[in-house]
Design a protein around this ligand. Structure first.
Ligand code: ZN
Length: 247
């Protein structure tokens, strides 16, 4: 007698190899925590929203018995990480992020829209997973193996390879539309910007900028001064296009 896992919804697309029993079933001839069984089939635990067997919700450490049938479901967006569940008993205070190098440009867009997103190309996978667990950050990556690491509590496998679509994926999945705060954080350093008086930066501005703009912010991290120029309109347009169905 083996343990049968039945994968549902988008999780079917993540299964490795070919299934013998149909496209969503796997029979496994070993006893182990259900997290290990699920991940051995190619599905990172971060992608799982609900595990049910024998009419009960199960946690990741639950070990199914021989002959048991376990249903594994994806998340149902929007996912609010501040709410506890059987799989995620310790909620996060808020949605903050860490990304790895394969979605580096996504980090810039998240910061641009006001979200705290850590990205450091010097960090290796083990350190990224450690930071995600220690600081309780949501890990965003296109690397399934990174999401499988035990230290990772919350994460999301990014599907698109286009940065603006990736941003839309994250905002939809975690229900963050109302938390967007454009141009409030430095895209270089991830530090919140502060308002400054125009008079304090007059000597740093080109004549046209000095003439046309009145509202300025500065990054306390790198000292960069920002103002609402024509590039802001272009970014607003791109964001509106990416989030089109949410407008
Ligand atoms: Zn900065």
């Amino acid at each position: 007698m083996s343990v049968r896992l039945q994968f549902h919804g988008e999780l079917k697309d993540l299964l490795n190899g070919t299934a013998d029993l149909g496209e969503n079933c796997r029979d496994l001839d070993r006893l182990a925590p259900v997290k290990d069984l699920i991940e051995s089939q190619g599905v990172p635990h971060t992608e799982v929203g609900l595990i049910v067997s024998g009419g009960a919700e199960r946690s990741f450490v639950y070990t199914p018995a021989r002959g048991e049938i376990v249903d594994v479901f994806p998340h149902t967006p929007p996912v609010d990480v501040s709410l506890p569940s059987v799989l995620f008993p310790e909620p996060f205070e808020e949605a903050t992020f860490v990304v790895d190098v394969n979605v580096a440009r996504l980090s810039g867009l998240l910061r641009l829209t006001g979200f705290d997103c850590l990205y450091d190309p010097r960090l290796d996978d083990a350190t990224i997973a450690e930071v995600a667990g220690r600081d309780r950050r949501i890990l965003l990556t296109r690397d399934r193996e990174l999401l499988k690491r035990n230290r990772v509590l919350r994460g999301r496998l990014i599907r698109s390879d286009r940065p603006w679509e990736q941003l839309a994926e994250v905002i939809r999945f975690f229900g963050l539309r109302d938390r967007i705060d454009l141009f409030s954080r430095c895209p270089r350093c991830n530090v919140p910007l502060v308002n400054i008086d125009k008079g304090d930066v007059l000597d740093q501005l080109k004549p046209l900028t000095r003439m046309m703009y009145d509202r300025f912010t500065r990054c306390p991290g790198c000292g960069q001064v920002y103002w609402s120029g024509s590039h802001h309109s272009r970014i607003r347009e791109k964001l509106a296009a990416a989030l089109g169905d949410l407008q």
